[in-house]
Design a protein around this ligand. Structure first.
Ligand code: NAD
Length: 505
């Protein structure tokens, strides 16, 4: 049953032709194309592009290019690196509209969100441009006038692998700190969203990045594996699912290289009786319905104090029903298209099984067929569920779709225990006017990010990353920059060598 208003299409794009790889400073086709991946435009279900996957020869070409790029880039003054990053930030703002439209066609997310994403990429390059020159090591005073230096050095070639939900943002949040710290990169976007990583390469070149420092290869799991296993890749930064993250970690373990893993989530939002209700409702929408619900940090377990539960549910359902589903390119569309038929079916499957086990669907959870030419697009109405059990599949698993579970609670201890009863720990939130309680809960939540009285704000300044199976390592902030460096300790002797009885004079 369709519960939501609909907007119609007013844009048609057509197929996009490659090349989609970017190696040694130029767009290029793979040297050893391995089949063609037909990339679907989520809003229409039509072919957006045919992208050849990169085989081992192309991955090797990209890594060799990155090795050369690194030799040059590592010697550049940090201020020179900063200038390039700040330049890219300005170019991203210049091309914001063009990139946002490309991102919409690739990912199906609504244009208003795609603009926010591209702006956040400009912010990331600006932030890491600003801190690049401030990256410091340390000085340690030791006995007898001796001292030590702690230097921060880049790893070399970093392999970056991205997910499909925030294509250009995933890429930028790896590239900006990696390059700021003096590394080079070979990046592989998701095979579902191959477009904007290449565009970023052109902007980096225009901003003055030396050839080879940033490279893009295309493909799925096989190409990703080749990047991780390549002997000259010295660190991997991965965004994606827990099973793939686990595989990458075990593969990296064979080479003994570090990884940053940004994985899934099933985050709690806790709304106390004294919360400002309008803000709590707005945040619950932010926590569940951006990017068709495919946001790693989404607060899909919403716990509401029993005394305000009814009011919250009524308001959140009214607001959810009012969100317009439609052509993601339209200005007034709020909810766009799910990335693929397979993902849409996965989400609908979760809702169907939840219903079978007693959940009550208050709105949404249906496939929405829009008029031609959008009738083959993958549109789902955002869903609010109640009457769900803590140990049910819908409460335990990451759905990665627009499905909010609302549950009631009575006491602080009870809700914290329930919130922490998850093997994922990416994010969470607490809504209360009592800041002492807000901080108390923030301390107790076993997650990498907590918002007090807000949700899903990602700031370049604040580190972001997981606890538990949501991963480790951080993106954003100085901590994000440091994840792309390794320390080297240098001891400086100012006196004579004392080797004990080995030699006495
Ligand atoms: P996925 O794990 O299926 O794929 C992610 C990427 O890994 C893709 O580029 C894919 O081609 C590649 N890949 C797949 N198998 C590989 C292998 N064996 N070796 C190397 N690369 C391989 O994930 P997805 O479906 O694209 O993304 C959804 C998941 O990403 C969700 O779980 C979501 O929570 C998570 N995510 C996390 C964050 C975060 O910052 N924590 C952000 C966005 C998405």
């Amino acid at each position: 049953m369709l519960t939501t208003r609909i907007t119609l299409r007013r844009f048609s794009g057509g197929e996009i032709k490659g090349p989609f790889n970017f190696i040694a400073g130029s767009p290029c086709f793979p040297r050893d194309p391995v089949g063609f991946n037909g990339v679907t435009e989520p809003s229409t279900g039509e072919l957006l592009a045919e992208v050849a996957s990169s085989g081992p020869e192309t991955v090797n070409w990209a890594v060799e290019s990155a090795v050369k790029g690194f030799e040059d880039w590592r010697t550049r003054e940090p201020r020179e690196r900063a200038k390039v990053l700040l330049g890219v930030s300005r170019l991203l703002e210049r091309d914001l509209e063009k990139l946002a439209r490309l991102e919409v066609r690739d990912s199906g997310k609504p244009i208003w969100e795609a603009r926010v994403d591209v702006k956040s990429c400009a912010d990331a390059f600006e932030y890491f441009g600003c801190v690049a020159a401030a990256l410091r090591g340390g000085h340690v005073q030791l006995l007898g006038g001796n001292f030590g230096l702690v230097k921060r050095e880049p790893f070399g070639v970093v392999g970056g692998i991205g997910a499909w939900n925030f294509p250009i943002q995933n890429c930028s949040s790896k590239v900006a700190p990696a390059l700021a710290a003096g590394n080079s990169m070979v990046f592989k976007p998701s095979e579902f969203t191959p477009m904007t990583a290449m565009s970023l390469g052109e902007l980096l070149k225009e901003a003055g990045l030396p050839d080879g420092v940033y490279n893009v290869v295309q493909g799925g799991a096989e190409t990703g594996k080749q990047i991780v296993e390549h002997p000259q890749v010295s660190k991997v930064s991965f965004t994606g699912s827990v099973p793939t993250g686990s595989w990458i970690m075990s593969s990296a373990a064979k080479k003994i290289i570090p990884v940053t893993l940004e994985l899934g989530g099933k985050s709690p939002v806790i709304i106390f009786e004294d919360a400002e209700m309008n803000n709590a409702v707005k945040a619950a929408l932010l926590a569940n319905f951006l990017s068709q619900g495919a946001v790693c940090s989404n607060g899909t377990r919403v716990y509401v104090h029993k005394n305000v539960y009814e009011e919250f549910v009524e308001r959140v359902v009214d607001a959810t029903k009012a969100m317009k589903i439609g052509d993601p390119m339209n200005e007034d569309t709020v909810v766009g298209a799910t990335i693929s038929k397979q993902q849409a079916e996965k989400v609908l499957g979760y809702v169907a099984r939840a219903k079978e086990s007693g959940a009550v669907v208050l709105c949404g959870g249906d496939r929405v067929i829009l008029p031609h030419p959008l009738d083959q697009g993958f549109y789902l109405s955002p869903c609010v569920l109640t009457n769900v059990k803590d140990d049910s599949e819908i409460v335990k698993h990451e759905v990665f779709g627009a499905v909010m579970c609302v549950m009631s609670f009575e006491s602080e201890d009870e809700v914290v225990n329930r919130a922490n009863d998850s093997d994922l720990g990416l994010a969470g939130a607490v809504f209360t006017k009592d800041l002492a309680r807000g901080h108390r809960i923030a301390d107790k939540l076993e997650v990498g990010s907590v918002w007090i009285n807000n949700y899903n704000l990602f700031l370049s300044e604040l580190p972001f990353g997981g606890f538990k199976k949501s991963g480790f390592g951080r993106e954003n902030g100085v901590e994000g920059l440091e994840c792309y460096t390794q320390t080297k300790s240098v001891y400086v002797e100012t006196g004579d060598v004392d080797c004990g009885p080995l030699m006495t004079s």
